[in-house]
Ligand binder design. Structure first.
Ligand SMILES: [Zn+2]
Ligand SMILES: [Zn+2]
Length: 350
């Protein structure tokens, strides 16, 4: 009890002292010393010392060597001294704050587009090749290893896929960790179709060295290709009796939807992939072995006018310096492919 009384007494005493010292702000001698440039007003103790002159006393300053003239926060640190997202690029130079830890970033603090990096995204080995049209060089870009396998053979590439997206969807069963409810903003025609994503068992056998077909074949109803996260590409035609433009209203948060057998698919740009990998990235292969790239090339967003009737064109790319035919996804119908394969298609079974 004696101790409590003593503590109480000391607390009151310190409060009185505090009140007195906060006193008259008009008096420069008792004004906050840290803001003062007049050394004569600073008392003997080091409390008011502000070595970097940033307005924060050294005793409260986490960054005591702030460069002259930079604005600081309450702990005395300027943007050039902070790296909030821990990506190795200081806040004043970081154009992408909040990068997930462990992400490889460029000088601007933004995630490097994997398309331009040399790192492998999956278990599959990237194979160097002397052939100009050997798609084995990009097989390692397939990355959702829980849902697919890629085997590079002598003349074919075999991809098995359970077709389960690695992103959230309103079409996963609510018990699935990737289930997330969704409602499309600003679209009063939006609705969810009655289907649920199911694990499929697709096997794609794709020519490893694709070439232009002599007689082009129409793309099939059902899978016409497979994206780097295992999800299949469908063409621009809806199920018989349905209108594709009507079906657009049923796409989920990443622009896909499942059929009545649970086969999830993309008819248009898979925004999960372009958001995470970059909008000029390699997105997958069509059955004929020709690669599909995102809508942007050399900083320019392509339109259908930039492409031929198959929805592609030929020129050198990062992966094919000698040039290769490739499809591009655009924002306009038919989005991925023009209705016929440029090359001779392989097969898909389920
Ligand atoms: Zn569909
Ligand atoms: Zn191109």
């Amino acid at each position: 009890m004696k101790h409590v009384k003593l503590l109480l007494f000391l607390s009151i005493l310190s409060l009185i002292v505090l009140f007195n010292s906060c006193g008259d702000s008009d008096d420069p001698a008792v004004d906050t010393p840290a803001n003062s440039t007049d050394d004569t007003t600073i008392d003997d103790s080091n409390i008011a010392l502000d070595s970097d002159n940033d307005g924060i006393a050294d005793s409260d300053d986490t960054c005591v060597d702030t460069p002259s003239g930079e604005t600081v926060d309450s702990s005395g640190c300027s943007d050039s001294q902070k790296d909030t997202d821990g990506d190795g690029v200081s806040d004043d130079l970081d154009n992408c704050e909040g990068t997930t830890e462990g992400t490889d970033v460029g000088e601007d603090g933004c995630a490097l587009i994997s398309d331009d990096s040399t790192t492998d995204d999956s278990d599959t080995e990237c194979i160097a090749s002397t052939a100009t049209n050997d798609i084995a060089v990009i097989a390692c870009k397939y990355y959702n290893d829980d849902a697919l396998t890629v085997v590079v053979g002598e003349t074919t590439i075999t991809i098995t896929s359970t077709n389960e997206p690695d992103h959230k969807s309103m079409y996963y069963a609510p018990s699935n960790l990737l289930y997330e409810e969704y409602s499309e903003p600003d679209n009063e025609d939006f609705y969810k179709n009655p289907n649920t994503i199911a694990a499929m068992n697709y096997t794609f056998t794709i020519p490893r060295f694709p070439e232009a077909a002599i007689n082009s074949e129409a793309t099939p109803f059902g899978p016409m290709g497979v994206s780097i996260n295992s999800v299949v590409f469908y063409n621009q035609v809806a199920a018989p009796g349905d209108d594709i433009l009507e079906e657009l209203n049923t796409f989920d948060q990443y622009e896909g939807h499942p059929t009545n057998t649970g086969s999830y698919h993309y008819h248009i740009e898979p925004t999960w992939l372009t958001e995470t990998k970059g909008d000029s990235t390699f997105l997958g292969l069509l059955l004929d072995g020709f690669p599909v790239y995102g809508p942007v090339e050399s900083g320019v967003t392509l339109t259908n006018d930039d492409l031929d009737d198959y929805h592609g064109h030929s020129h050198p790319t990062t992966h094919f310096p000698e040039g290769i035919y490739h499809y591009h996804i655009t924002a306009e119908l038919p989005w991925i492919n023009g209705g016929e394969f440029y090359g001779t298609p392989g097969t898909v079974t389920q």
